[in-house]
Write a protein that binds this ligand. Structure first.
Ligand SMILES: [Zn+2]
Length: 317
């Protein structure tokens, strides 16, 4: 069981593989953890089918022991970020080719409702006020990322419903569901332009040129200022040593430029059971806090604030 402070805010973020928590939204997690928010990372799979992406570690004995090594990397990243973490116990689906079937028994091959059950149990145990996951595209075309979105949306609903999964604990209604907008085209383009303007070589041009046609991005509803935690984010990412080669891809740009031109991590508020955008500003105002409408004393209406109304335990029957 989780030990909880009665007045504490709780944030749950659901990711597909070990390392996703460090590449998407990690500075947000570190910031909230430092502020005293109870932060939990749920990792759906063990990353067993991941490749070794760091040439320095691309050796047969590393690949043969990848499941154990990735657990150790996850534990190190968790410590760096100052958060808690649980594995949900599913097996990585890998990245099948266009006509390749999913491996038998893998995460993405599970029926959604059944696969959501461990997350329903975790939500009822941890009782998060805010849940973060990927949008319906997965943010990245990996079957485990799409499946992570599906089970999180399913569990957000099912955890609150006393008729669903009655064996999995007392119902809990989380108040807000957010989607990551991390590693967006706009982010890469802004950094690429800023580097080019300053005469800094950028290797993001090739990536941008090959960027697939994607539907219009989800609206940015929420920007979390977390530039002071970019170094913590980077350290957590590097703790996943098999998954990142230092100095490549999104690890390569100068951090002072990033802090200057994009000092936030951004989110789309997909579901809210509390008034969004801070009340006073009304719809359309960009939030600067995932817990807008949930902080004790904030908001005018009854039910605002942790422990009152939404976000509190719902009736069991
Ligand atoms: Zn992943």
């Amino acid at each position: 069981m989780f030990t909880q402070r009665a007045d504490g805010l709780r944030l749950l973020t659901v990711h597909a593989h070990p390392d996703d928590e460090s590449s998407k939204g990690a500075a947000t997690l570190a910031r909230y953890a430092e502020e005293g928010v109870d932060v939990l990372v749920a990792t759906c799979t063990g990353g067993e089918r991941g490749s070794v992406l760091n040439p320095a570690l691309d050796r047969p004995e590393v690949l043969a022991d990848i499941a154990r090594i990735r657990r150790e990397e996850m534990a190190a990243a968790r410590e760096i970020l100052g958060v808690r973490q649980r594995f949900l116990g599913f097996v990585d689906s890998g990245m099948p080719g266009p006509d390749e079937p999913l491996p038998e028994g893998c995460f993405a091959a599970q029926p959604v409702e059944a696969a959501a059950a461990p997350l329903v149990a975790l939500i009822r145990e941890f009782r998060p006020h805010v849940v973060i996951t990927y949008d319906e595209t997965g943010g990245y075309p990996h079957p485990d990322h799409v499946m992570t979105h599906r089970i999180t949306v399913e569990a957000f609903e099912a955890a609150a419903d006393p008729r669903r999964h009655p064996e999995a604990g007392e119902p809990w209604q989380a108040a807000k569901l957010y989607y990551h907008l991390a590693l967006s085209r706009a982010w890469f383009q802004t950094l690429h332009d800023a580097m080019t303007d300053r005469g800094v070589p950028s290797d993001m041009g090739e990536l941008l040129a090959g960027w697939p046609d994607t539907p219009p991005a989800l609206a940015t509803t929420t920007r979390i200022a977390c530039a002071e935690k970019f170094a913590v984010r980077d350290a957590a990412m590097l703790a996943h040593a098999t998954q990142v080669a230092p100095g490549v891809a999104f690890m390569a740009h100068p951090r002072d430029i990033e802090r200057e031109v994009w000092p936030t991590e951004d989110y789309h508020l997909a579901r809210s059971l509390v008034p969004a955008a801070g009340g006073a500003g009304g719809a359309g105002e960009v939030e600067d806090d995932l817990f807008v409408g949930l902080r004790a004393g904030a908001g005018a209406g009854a039910g605002a604030g942790v422990g009152a109304g939404v976000g509190a335990e719902v009736g069991a029957g």
